[in-house]
Write a protein that binds this ligand. Structure first.
Ligand SMILES: NC(=O)c1ccc[n+]([C@@H]2O[C@H](COP(=O)([O-])OP(=O)(O)OC[C@H]3O[C@@H](n4cnc5c(N)ncnc54)[C@H](O)[C@@H]3O)[C@@H](O)[C@H]2O)c1
Length: 313
């Protein structure tokens, strides 16, 4: 039986510990288990993060073992190597696929019933590996996908247009990586078409600015990694938001990485598409009418991912 107030994080490096910190501040769980190959590190993170509890919400955060996560409602996997400067997410594939397979083996042994949220990169490939290895329903295995990239898009648009990023509805789909695309045909600000809003804010040729913003989003991770070696705050908030949608059963729309089963003419791979997220995980993958160019780009993104998938299976 799943305890809806319990979560687990496997891999407590920069990303895992930042997600733990975000979850602690959100106050949506009463128990959080941290697992890492380096148990001492998990213990240290649990101690450090717990010292913030007097400023947030009562919660039990501890370093544990797989037997402790049997009843966790959400299991977040961030274990694996991160990108080194100049390395693409796809370069990480062989190394992290091996780690993912061994973790899924442990999760299966523990007889878990919760939702798996995959964050380790390359996230689309590893979500597929986790799905195949676990044999779980595709609803139960989701990747954080382009939820982070979408947040980056909203932030950069908000900076350019000088508007609250929460008024922006725009999203990135496809691979969480170099072949991702912005779906401009669906983008709006407070319901106002994005080009029209650009004009209202004094940007005469906003299309050029949009192209530049897309490139900045796509290359964000490289830029950050070159400067500080890793990215973790944005993904910390993004993963906590996905976990919240599951626990609160809020039917939130977010571009998570999910198994495609004929949607958009694509199948047998995971990539990011706006999906309804609730207590059961990925409730519905939305099949939206994109324009012809976007459909073409999505297909290309899928082809690139398919090539990597065949190389690691
Ligand atoms: N999806 C996203 O948007 C996104 C964003 C940023 C980073 N990432 C990815 O998250 C992953 C983690 O990044 P990081 O910066 O935290 O790396 P990190 O090296 O700081 O942490 C990785 C942790 O995983 C642990 N680990 C390794 N093998 C393990 C195993 N078999 N079982 C349990 N723990 C194990 C390591 O001990 C380490 O603590 C990377 O793959 C990175 O590319 C994803």
């Amino acid at each position: 039986m799943v305890d809806i107030q319990k979560a687990a994080i496997i891999g407590c490096g920069f990303v895992g510990s930042t997600i733990a910190y975000s979850l602690m501040q959100k106050g949506i769980f009463s128990e959080l288990v941290l697992i890492d190959a380096d148990h001492k590190k998990a213990e240290g993170e649990a101690m450090d993060i717990s010292h913030g509890l007097p400023f947030s919400h009562a919660m039990d955060i501890y370093a544990g073992e797989y037997e402790d996560i049997k009843d966790a409602a959400v299991i977040i996997i961030t274990a694996g190597a991160n990108q080194k400067p100049g390395e693409t997410r796809l370069d990480l594939v062989q190394k992290n696929a091996r780690i993912m397979k061994s973790i899924i083996g442990e999760i299966k042994k523990a007889d878990c019933e919760g939702i798996l949220l995959i964050v380790s990169n390359p996230v689309d490939v590893l979500t597929h590996v986790a799905l195949k290895e676990s044999g779980y329903s595709p609803k139960r295995v989701i990747g954080s996908g382009t939820v982070l990239d979408t947040a980056r898009l909203k932030y950069l648009l908000s900076e350019k247009l000088k508007v609250d990023s929460r008024n922006i509805h725009a999203f990135i789909i496809g691979e969480h990586g170099d072949s991702e695309l912005a779906v401009w045909s669906c983008a709006n600000i407070y319901g106002i078409d994005i080009q029209q809003f650009g004009k209202l804010r004094g940007c005469e040729n906003f299309q050029n600015e949009m192209d530049e913003i897309y490139r900045a989003v796509r290359d964000s991770a490289y830029e950050i990694i070159e400067r500080k070696g890793a990215t973790y705050y944005g993904i910390g908030m993004a993963a906590a938001r996905i976990a919240e949608a599951i626990v609160r059963d809020s039917h939130t729309v977010a571009p998570v990485s999910v198994l495609l089963n004929g949607e958009y003419g694509l199948s047998d791979l995971c990539l990011s598409i706006p999906t309804i997220i609730g207590r059961d995980g990925a409730e519905q993958v939305l099949e939206i009418e994109f324009n012809a160019e976007e459909n073409e780009q999505l297909k290309k993104s899928a082809q690139e991912l398919k090539q990597v998938l065949t190389s690691c299976e």
